[in-house]
Design a protein around this ligand. Structure first.
Ligand code: URA
Length: 212
């Protein structure tokens, strides 16, 4: 597994506003979209491209265009949905599949409650969107799911990660070169309730409000 922390002043600025508990949902949603566009730019650096013959108004040339089949973007419901718009603005030809995973608040294990993905992902490049890499269980379940169905590589894009979750993920994945995790920051620790500290609170609630 490869970890990439995006060290950029605009990312730091947006992240600080995002973390502030005074930031309302409307601004929070907008900032998540902007942040994901910045993170996606780096995350998609290895997207497969092929030569493409075109003719400019001046001369023929060989350009490069995204290969087909297109990459698959997989937002993890519900908080990952807030990241989808920014990703699709950057890569509008990507396909989108959905995974619904939530954590059991007692065991902190991931439970799958929805799945809308092709069964065969052979050779596909996949991008998992999940804002908070806390215990790592949700990402492990998602990445395993995609790799077991043949995904060529998986890039997880997260806003924040906890060191504990990263360690769990690393232990599970070992040195698999085809998994990459891209984050805006690695925070201090996880608290006893599984929240990232200092974090930004419950990402789903801050995006969409509290639902029981
Ligand atoms: N999920 C969240 O939304 N926030 C955390 O801090 C941890 C998991």
């Amino acid at each position: 597994m490869k970890l990439q922390v995006i060290d950029h002043p605009l990312v730091s600025h947006k992240l600080t506003v995002l973390r502030d508990k005074k930031t309302p949902s409307t601004v929070f949603r907008q900032l998540v979209e902007e942040l994901i566009m910045l993170l996606s730019y780096e995350s998609t650096r290895d997207v497969e491209v092929v030569d493409k013959q075109i003719v400019t108004p001046v001369a023929p040339m060989t350009g490069r265009a995204m290969a087909t089949p297109a990459p698959i973007v997989v937002p993890i419901l519900r908080a990952g949905l807030g990241m989808l718009e920014g990703m699709m603005k950057l890569m509008p030809t990507a396909e989108v599949g959905f995974l619904g995973l939530k954590r059991n608040e007692e065991t902190l294990e991931a439970v799958t409650y929805a799945n809308r993905l092709p069964d065969d992902l052979t050779g596909r490049q996949c991008f998992v969107l999940d804002p908070m890499l806390a215990t790592g269980h949700t990402l492990i379940a998602s990445i395993d799911y995609l790799l077991e169905r043949g995904a060529r590589d998986v890039t997880a894009i997260c806003i924040l990660a906890a060191p504990e979750g990263l360690a769990t993920l690393e232990e599970h994945l070992g040195d698999r070169a085809n998994v990459r995790v891209v984050v805006a920051a690695v925070d201090d620790h996880l608290n006893e309730k599984g929240y990232i500290v200092p974090g930004l609170g419950d990402a789903g609630d801050r995006l969409y409000g509290v639902v029981d």
